[in-house]
Design a protein. Structure first.
Length: 142
């Protein structure tokens, strides 16, 4: 499958939110909900310089597939696409994009909100916060 047509991707470059949204477009769907996660400048009152993501790619993609199936069964959604960064992402940079389409907005919004929570708790993605003072801290989750 063409890399750009894959609904679940781990990417080593800047993410483009429209990419995921285009993948989930469907004439049967009247709603596309998106979540765009960006690197904030502070965490726990510490100045953040960037985040560094490590991903177990094959396991992460498999977890995305399981998540998609679960969300399809629970909500009336048609499509879901997820792009996640690997490597260093500066403050303001996009680390994750989730897009969900469904016939009605409530299902898309609920599934999108649930997807980011599942991603943060179940998907093998680790981040290292790099602080302005040069210190770092590893943590689980996206």
């Amino acid at each position: 499958m063409n890399e750009l047509r894959r609904p679940f991707r781990i990417v080593n470059a800047d993410l483009i939110p429209q990419h995921a949204a285009l993948l989930v477009q469907d004439p049967a769907c009247g709603a596309i909900a998106t979540f765009i996660g960006t690197v904030r400048s502070t965490n726990n009152e510490r100045a953040v310089q960037s985040l560094e993501y490590e991903v177990h790619e094959s396991m992460a993609i498999r977890q995305f597939e399981i998540m998609a199936q679960t969300l399809r069964e629970k909500h009336d959604i048609h499509h879901i696409a997820i792009d996640h960064r690997r490597g260093t992402v500066p403050v303001g940079g996009i680390s994750v994009v989730i897009a969900v389409s469904s016939p009605r907005r409530k299902a898309s919004l609920a599934a999108c909100a649930e997807a980011i929570e599942i991603l943060k708790s179940d998907v093998p993605i680790w981040k290292r916060e790099i602080y302005s003072d040069g210190s770092t801290e590893w943590m689980k989750g996206s």
